[in-house]
Every structure is written in C-alpha cells, then in structure tokens.
Write a protein that binds this ligand. Structure first.
Ligand SMILES: Cc1cc2nc3c(=O)[nH]c(=O)nc-3n(C[C@H](O)[C@H](O)[C@H](O)COP(=O)(O)OP(=O)(O)OC[C@H]3O[C@@H](n4cnc5c(N)ncnc54)[C@H](O)[C@@H]3O)c2cc1C
Length: 370
C-alpha cells in the first residue's frame, strides 16, 4: 500500500515521521527544489497539548526541548501612543508551555529524522486520477492513499470539496531587522526577548525576536482584499516602501516608526485568507487533507500546531489500521473536524478582537486571566 503525501510543510513531515516511527513507508512530494529553496518564516510557539504532543509522537521531544526558546514566551502589549498595557517576562524555571521555536529549525528536525528517499523535491502536484498522481514535470506515480498537506492554496483540496479560502480583511506587510543586538541595541531592548505587539484602530504592529538575532516585524492593515494595489506602497522599491509605511503609521509613537525605519530591504505583502470554520467533506477512502489544506485559519497561533497534530494523529490512525486505510481516514477525519473547528472558532474570535476598535484594551482583557 503506497501513501503519497503532497507537501513537505510541518504537517506533511509530521505524518511521514510518525509513519516512519511505526514502520510504515510514505513518500512526500514537495514542489520546492530543495529544503533551503525558500525562507520558512519566523517563530512558532508550540503548545503542550497540540504541537508538542505531535513532536512527542514523532519521538523528537528531547531534540525539540533542546532547541526551544523558553524566553520567547515573553510578551509586551502596547497602545499606539506607546502606553505599555502588559509586560510578561518568563521566569527561568517557567514550564515549557508555549516555547518559541524557529520554524526552519523545526522543519530541519523533521526532515533529518526521515530517510533521505522519503522526500522527493521538485515534484509539484498537478492532479490525480485512476490511482496516479501527476506532477508538473510530466512524471506520475501510483498511490493507494493521497494526503494533501499542500497548505493554504492546496490543489489536492479540490478533489474533496469546492470550498476555497476567502480574504479575512487583513493585509500584512512583513519587514525585518537583522542582527538587532549589534545594529540597534536600543530597539532590541525595547522589543525584548519574545513578542511585542502594538494594537491600534484598523492597524497593528507586531515584532518578534527570532533565534538568529533577526527581529521580524508584521504590519497589519485591516482593509479590503484589493488594498495593496491602492495603498501606495511601492513594493519594488524597499526604501520608498518603508517611507510610505512610516506615513501610514503617522500619529503612532516615534518608537514604532523607528522600528520600521531600521528594517532591511525585505518588504513582503501577505493577504490573509481563511477557509470556512467547521469545513468538512464526505469521507473518501483514498484521499484526505491535513493542516492548512483542510482548515486554513487566521494566523493567531494555532495553524502550525493543528497541522503538526493532524499529521501525527493521521499517522497513528494508519498505524492502527495498516490494512484498512478507509477506516483510518474516517477515524482521523472525525477527530480532526471536531478539534480544528474548535480551534478555528477560537482563532476567529481572537482575530475579531485584533480587528476591533480599542483592540489593545480588549486584548489586555483577553490575556488578564493568565
Ligand atoms: C504570518 C504568519 C504567521 C503565522 N504564525 C503562526 C504561529 O505563530 N503559530 C502557528 O501555530 N501557526 C502560525 N501560522 C500558521 C502556520 O504557518 C500554518 O498553519 C502552517 O504552516 C500550516 O502547515 P502545513 O503543513 O499545513 O502547510 P505549509 O507549511 O504551508 O506547507 C505546505 C507545503 O506544501 C508545498 N506545496 C504546496 N503546493 C504544492 C504542490 N502543488 N505540490 C507539491 N508541494 C506543494 C509547499 O511548498 C509547502 O512546503 C502563521 C501563518 C502566517 C501566514
């Protein structure tokens, strides 16, 4: 029985690893030409009951704990005028409830734990039919079970449902300051060791320290889908783009615009889309989905955790029913639909807070029970 996994993101790799640990072979088909072909983005906080549980099932929890950054759990929450609403500094002996890990390090950990032949790079999935997977380079291969782990813009998804991601009303520009401790020690001290959020009406700034000393900055604008085209941000001219972004933050405390001014030439626009919360499809014996392909949700801290746990739990279900893939898929989907619709609802309500007027005070009230 051949298991073909499309997508070597965190979810697809967690599945391949849990299958491997249980003595089941699978092949991951990834469109990127190599593991380092594309930057993998910033930090992720892995939660005990979801992302860390998956890493445990993958037999990699000790290696994960060695690379996780406890102090990355620090949080500073501010208002646009610079008022500090909340500061949480993680004690040295705090439990590793939600430690931050560099996404690229986590992906390397999973990739290094698989046999080399388990990932086929440069295989962009195009379509499937008659027991064959077809790739953009014209090649094809057989499968008994196809798992779409191909992310937000999944092509496998269309084999199961007509649902498509829609725009959330959030547009993000990603910027970054390299080696901040050396280049801008004052800004490094201001951002601190973890997450730094300034929430305003209709827009926000978040900064996050990465393991390599870079601070990634995300500027969010709660605007319509076509806003980037109308925003006047010249994405092909980084210096002018930074100047325009500083303009868009007129009226905010000068420390926030200083952060934008200190950034390098990375200026990446991202439109944020989601699938409908609670999306399901009639179970199909030889195809299923996991991660963003199945339940794309707002980026407020659950997506990667859910993708990892989907992969681990599908792997365990297949290991429990090695001769009955349809039973394994049915069991996996029942649990996944329920768990991820709860996570999707929670993420949507956090997103609603972030997009509301007086977001800072509302987020403070959200965090207060902690
Ligand atoms: C700005 C931002 C910040 C985020 N922060 C967090 C956070 O802090 N915590 C958290 O839990 N989540 C976070 N998320 C969400 C998280 O990134 C995703 O939920 C998670 O990466 C989904 O994993 P995945 O394996 O399903 O998909 P992906 O990580 O997207 O992997 C999909 C893989 O499939 C490959 N692929 C795509 N199409 C094809 C094809 N046709 N053929 C072959 N391969 C293909 C892609 O190249 C990719 O390698 C964030 C998201 C964004 C946008």
């Amino acid at each position: 029985m051949t298991i073909g996994i499309v997508g070597a993101g965190l979810g697809g790799l967690a599945l391949a690893r849990v299958l491997h640990v249980n003595g089941i072979d699978a092949i991951v088909y990834e469109r990127e030409p190599s593991r380092d072909a594309r930057g993998q983005g910033g930090m992720l906080d892995l939660h005990t009951e979801t992302g860390q549980r998956a890493i445990h099932e993958a037999g990699l929890i000790d290696q994960f704990r060695a690379m996780a950054r406890r102090e990355g759990q620090d949080l500073r929450l501010l208002e646009p005028d610079g008022t500090l609403l909340l500061q949480e500094d993680t004690p040295e002996d705090a439990p590793l409830d939600r430690p931050e890990v560099d996404r690229a390090d986590l992906r390397h950990l999973l990739l290094d734990s698989l046999p080399e032949h388990a990932v086929r790079w440069g295989h962009a999935f195009e379509h499937a039919g008659d027991g064959l997977l077809h790739f953009a380079d014209g090649s094809s291969t057989t499968y008994d079970l196809l798992v779409g782990a191909d992310g937000a813009d999944s092509r496998v998804r269309a084999l199961l449902t007509d649902a498509r991601p829609t725009h959330t009303g959030q547009n993000v520009v990603e910027l970054g300051i390299p080696e901040i401790d050396r280049t801008h020690p004052d800004l490094a001290a201001m951002v601190g060791r973890g997450n730094y959020w300034a929430l305003g009406n209709g827009q926000s700034l978040s900064a996050q320290r990465n393991g390599d000393g870079r601070v990634r900055i995300y500027l969010s604008f709660y605007t319509a889908e076509d806003w980037f085209g109308r925003s006047g941000i010249p994405f092909d001219d980084p210096a002018a783009a930074r100047a325009r972004l500083i303009d868009l933050f007129t009226g905010w405390d000068a420390r926030f615009t200083a952060l934008i001014a200190a950034c390098d030439d990375t200026v990446l626009p991202r439109s944020i889309t989601t699938l409908p919360v609670g999306l399901t499809w009639p179970s199909t014996p030889d195809i299923t989905l996991l991660g963003d392909a199945a339940h794309l949700m707002p980026p407020v801290g659950q997506g990667a955790n859910m993708a990892l746990l989907d992969g681990a739990l599908l792997g365990l279900a297949l290991a429990a029913h090695p001769d009955d893939f349809p039973a394994a898929v049915g069991e996996y989907e029942r649990e996944m639909f329920e768990r991820t619709s709860t996570a999707g609802r929670q993420s949507a309500s956090v997103q609603e807070i972030l997009m509301s007027p007086d977001a800072g005070r509302k987020m403070l009230a959200f965090f207060q029970p902690r």
